[in-house]
Ligand binder design. Structure first.
Ligand SMILES: *Cc1c(COP(=O)(O)O)cnc(C)c1O
Length: 402
């Protein structure tokens, strides 16, 4: 057997694309004399509004902050329930819990791993106040069905769009017509501000309240006070959070947003290339793409392992790939498997079989604009070897047992 040489440098599962123009924009902001929320944040928000065609954009310090802020603005508190998918990052749910509400975990479609509207319907109660779907991996969830359920129950839909900048659903961009959606600019996402997020919404009053609450609940933020040279007086309207985005971060965002379509095109090309090259490899398959997605943002390339056919479990496969210098990610460990929710749930809540099964069998492969074709070929070759070895080992073990 010919040994495939181990790849020399490590291929991370994610890597931000930062070039000289991003660096220049940040340096320019640093030299400008104004580094906290100000003209760069305004410009970044205006670019988002123009891009999505939404009415309002509110830049925040992270998507986690944005989700917390939205739940606060909706008045979520003790006795309130908010339905979220179990297969997500904790912050889809933690804002609700921090406010004393109850995040009700719902199951996913076993093929696409998107929130399952039928399971959401089963978990609606008179205490339900909102539904927070996630556009998992950059594909849109079944929004029409979720919106219809929410309208029927008189509850809000807040979209966790952390993966979905550039995603469109039935020809419309995610965020263009949402009651509220939140994007993330964490370095692993499709574009970055190092840390940051953006809420988009349609209602002017709601947007003003969000802007007040992100700036400590104090009327007139520092930039407005500075730029308009009006009376230096300010007023606390209601207790708020310190969730504003700085101009240093926004300056990075302005440049990155201008490159987003190029970034996403490269992600799409690489995803198509993975589809082709992984097809002949046994015991692994990409998750299904929902039928209603017009544009997939390809935030993640998630594959499912056929664990019945492998001696290794998923963590073992990730470790073996790491030894081959291939990084992988896990999106996600289902929330109901985490210590907090294991203790919190119970009370006769229905099981989450599809989220539980996916949570054990999925892996995210390296996917980002700067991944080269050679990197990707190395990833595919390493996967082929690891899975073939693991399958052979299982077969030999089974034979010995007889
Ligand atoms: C990354 C992520 C978040 C949190 O984003 P931050 O900007 O890091 O707070 C929320 N939800 C999902 C689904 C995510 O993947």
């Amino acid at each position: 057997m010919i040994q495939r040489p181990r790849r020399s440098g490590f291929v991370p599962y994610s890597r931000p694309s930062i070039a000289e123009d991003e660096i220049d924009a940040v340096v320019c902001c640093l030299r400008s004399g104004w580094i906290t929320s100000g003209p760069q944040v305004r410009r970044f928000e205006e670019m988002m509004i123009e891009r999505l065609g939404c009415a309002h954009a509110v830049a925040v310090s992270s998507a986690t902050a944005g989700l917390h802020l939205l739940m606060h603005a909706l008045g979520i508190g003790p006795g309130d329930e908010v339905i979220v998918p179990s297969l997500t990052w904790p912050s889809t749910a933690t804002g609700v819990e921090l406010l004393g509400g109850h995040a009700v975990l719902a199951d996913i479609d076993p093929h696409t791993l998107q929130l399952d509207p039928a399971d959401v319907a089963r978990r609606l109660t008179p205490a339900t106040r909102a539904i927070v779907p996630v556009h998992f991996a950059g594909a849109a969830c079944d929004l029409d069905a979720i919106r219809a359920l929410a309208a029927g129950a008189g509850v809000r839909v807040v979209e966790d769009a952390a993966h979905a900048l550039g995603t469109s659903y039935r020809g419309r961009q995610i965020g263009s017509d949402s009651f509220a959606a939140v994007f993330s600019f964490h370095p692993t996402k499709n574009m970055t501000t190092a840390e940051g997020g953006m809420i988009v919404c349609q209602d002017a009053e709601f947007a003003s309240r969000l802007k007040l609450l992100r700036s400590q609940g104090v009327s007139r933020d520092a930039w407005t006070r500075h730029a308009t040279a009006q009376s230096p007086r300010y007023e606390l309207i209601e207790p708020g959070y310190k969730y504003n985005l700085s101009d240093i971060h926004a300056a990075l965002g302005v440049v990155q947003l201008g490159k987003l379509d190029g970034f996403n095109a490269e992600r799409r090309r690489l995803a198509a290339r993975y589809n082709e090259r992984l097809a002949p490899i046994a015991h692994i398959a990409p998750i299904a793409v929902p039928a209603d997605v017009s544009t997939h943002a390809w935030h993640l390339y998630v594959v499912r392992l056929d664990l019945d056919q492998l001696a290794l479990d998923r963590d073992g496969v990730m470790e073996a790939l790491s030894r081959e210098n291939i990084g992988t990610g896990l999106h996600f460990t289902a929330l109901h498997e985490h210590a907090y929710f294991r203790a919190r749930r119970g009370r006769g809540e229905a099981p989450l079989p599809h989220a539980a099964a996916a949570s054990e069998a999925i892996v995210s492969l390296p996917l980002y604009p700067d991944l080269t074709d050679q990197d990707q070929d190395d990833v595919v070759a390493a996967i082929g070897d690891v899975l073939a070895r693991s399958h052979r080992y299982l077969e030999e073990k089974t034979l010995c047992a007889f």
